[in-house]
Design a protein around this ligand. Structure first.
Ligand SMILES: [Zn+2]
Length: 467
């Protein structure tokens, strides 16, 4: 049996709102055996390997509820100042539409490297197109040690909201193909990699899915006892579209197709009204709040403090490389907190505790694993993050919670443990070859830019090899 005693430092278990000074965490194999003050836990830890965490904060692993693995390669390529639909049509889809499975794997490796390095231990990938190569991506998840929900994209139309036929050919999949691929992926990978991989249905945005396919997907999710994720009410026009197309608002649209409930995770939800929030809360439906993405694309500000007050399960998401442009949940916590304060003109609207819970417990509930993940408690899976405070921006060590949310970045993460195994030690990712992943990312970025034929357009804003 492997045993680790992570000792000293401030432990924030996110099990109630308490901080343990000079705390420690005892891990036995993949399970947390004890959490508490040193004098209480140390006597139980005979023979355990000691990990000194003095001057650090120990928190549960962070759970990113909305990620695009394939967009990591697009960071910096897509213009920064552009609204959602042209951003998708002229850039993101055009580039993603030329990926092959090697590009998909290189992008996933970059994204996962960054997530691990910055303390994310579990993520929800919203839609994997067949062309990204599901097998290669699942292999990266397996090898890296991270937990991942991998959702197969599901679609049968080529539009976005009222804009019909705007998806480029490379991004189009047929209904039968999507369903067949989901079933194949599910049978091959769900529950694999020591239970770290799950396979869900990732419906494409409204306008790309017919009514029949919504019904079919909901039925398949029930049959396979699996989750559904999607982008919902990201921009105001989405809500107008639901009204016109389905004669109802956001939650009415989801209810019509039986898509409210536990393990139903909807990204953005910027434009929910109070009735929507109440239905989300009553059904255990999750909002994956992506504040940086919403700000960058000018989509609006999700009413997160109202959602929390009404009991909605709100997780946090980093979204994608060109919309955030970082897969760093610690920075995302700060953005989420600041944004609610400015939305409400009220600094009391949301607390550091609220956002830390969003990034941990609420994420665990989103993926249907609150009994195993999301807090440091005996009997739960040993997914934890050690953040070093030994840096000027995290001194003095007065209030570790405030430092974590408002002063830290993901690059203050020192160690990451997932399922009882260290995947990051002393700021080094142990499971992936960092140099190789970075080198590959550049290589594949060049390749997709070339294949998509956007290089000439980029030269104005992008430093090419030839200058
Ligand atoms: Zn997204």
């Amino acid at each position: 049996m492997s045993r680790f005693l992570i000792k000293g430092g401030f432990v924030i278990p996110v099990n109630g709102r308490k901080i343990i000074k000079d705390g420690c965490v005892l891990v036995e194999d993949d399970i947390i055996a004890a959490v508490g003050p040193l004098d209480k836990v140390q006597p139980k830890a005979a023979g355990a390997e000691l990990v000194n965490a003095e001057g650090c904060v120990i928190i549960p692993g962070l759970i990113d509820t909305h990620v695009h693995l394939a967009q990591a390669l697009l960071r910096g390529i897509v213009p920064d100042n552009i609204t959602l639909v042209p951003w998708l049509r002229n850039w993101v889809w055009r580039l993603q539409g030329v990926y092959d499975s090697d590009d998909g794997k290189a992008s996933a490796a970059l994204c996962i490297l960054e997530m691990l390095r910055t303390g994310t231990t579990c993520f929800v990938e919203v839609h994997l197109h067949k062309r990204y190569g599901f097998g290669g991506i699942a292999e990266v998840v397996e090898k890296s040690g991270i937990r991942g929900v991998l959702a197969k994209s599901v679609m049968d139309l080529k539009g976005y909201a009222a804009d019909e036929n705007i998806l480029p050919a490379g991004m189009v999949e047929e209904r039968e193909e999507c369903i067949r691929e989901f079933k194949r992926m599910h049978s091959k990978w769900a529950g694999k990699a020591e239970g770290r991989i799950d396979v869900w249905l990732g419906l494409r945005s409204a306008g790309a899915v017919s009514d029949e396919l919504y019904h079919e997907a909901a039925a398949i999710a029930r049959e396979y006892d699996t989750g559904i994720t999607n982008h919902v009410a990201e921009v105001r026009g989405d809500v107008e579209y639901y009204r016109r197309a389905f004669g109802t608002g956001v939650s009415g649209f989801l209810e019509k197709f039986d898509m409210l409930g536990e393990r139903r995770v909807y990204a953005h939800c910027v434009w929910l009204n109070e009735e929507d929030m109440r239905r989300f809360a009553a059904t255990g439906t999750t909002v994956a709040h992506c504040p940086s993405s919403n700000m960058k694309l000018g989509s609006g500000i999700a009413p997160v403090s109202d959602m929390l007050r009404l009991g909605v399960n709100v997780g946090l998401g980093c979204d994608g490389g060109p919309s955030n442009d970082a897969y760093d949940m610690i920075r995302e916590m700060k953005t989420a907190a600041l944004l609610q304060k400015v939305r409400t003109l009220n600094p009391e609207a949301i607390s550091a505790w609220d956002v830390l819970e969003m990034a941990t417990r609420n994420g665990a509930r989103a993926v249907g694993r609150l009994s195993q993940l999301g807090s440091l408690e005996p009997g739960k899976k040993a997914d934890l993050v050690v953040v070093s405070l030994k840096t000027p921006s995290l001194h003095p060590n007065s209030n570790p919670l405030s430092l974590l949310v408002y002063s830290a970045s993901g690059y203050d993460v020192r160690d990451v443990m997932i399922n009882g195994k260290f995947v990051v030690r002393d700021k080094k990712v142990l499971t992936l070859d960092e140099d190789k992943v970075l080198e590959n990312a550049n290589k594949h970025m060049e390749k997709i830019v070339e294949k998509a034929g956007v290089r000439n357009g980029l030269l104005k804003t992008f430093i090419s090899k030839t200058g």
